[in-house]
Design a protein around this ligand. Structure first.
Ligand code: SF4
Ligand code: SF4
Length: 135
């Protein structure tokens, strides 16, 4: 049985909880921008990696949740490898994604996917997509 929580429940996920899930200390980020500079998908993110860290430092978790950044991150860890402070924006975005999905807020509705896509897409791609976008 799928449990879907209200928007209030989702909003109650705090920055502290994101730090606990990700294992990252957001305060360590000093906004050098190296992560955004190396991220292969930052050009398409509504909030690029360095700004994700800044927004969360300021407690602006709702803005990060509404942006597409956590759904576009491909987990390449380029941000982590370039960070002089050892921060992993990838882990932070993964924590945001996991906490959102655990509240039942799916990114994709399987029933809305077009049949031609389901027929043509490789099975591995579909399974990966479902694991990333569906609770
Ligand atoms: S792990 Fe995500 S945020 Fe980090 S560089 Fe790769 S795509 Fe960008
Ligand atoms: S590379 Fe590290 S210190 Fe620099 S902005 Fe990104 S997370 Fe912050």
């Amino acid at each position: 049985m799928k449990i879907t929580l209200s928007n209030e429940d989702v909003q109650s996920v705090s920055v502290k909880r994101i730090e606990r899930i990700s294992g990252e200390d957001l305060k360590k980020c000093y906004q050098c921008g190296n992560c955004s500079g190396g991220c292969p998908v930052s050009y398409a993110m509504e909030i690029p990696p360095a700004k994700v860290m800044r927004y969360l430092q300021l407690g602006m978790i709702d803005e990060v949740r509404k942006a597409n950044s956590m759904w576009l991150c491909v987990g390449c860890l380029q941000c982590y490898s370039r960070c002089p402070k050892g921060c992993s924006v990838a882990a932070v975005l993964e924590a945001m994604r996991q906490s959102t999905l655990r509240c039942g807020k799916d990114r994709t509705e399987i029933k809305d996917l077009p049949m031609p896509l389901l027929k043509k897409a490789p099975q591995q791609g579909l399974v990966c997509g479902f694991r990333k976008f569906v609770s």
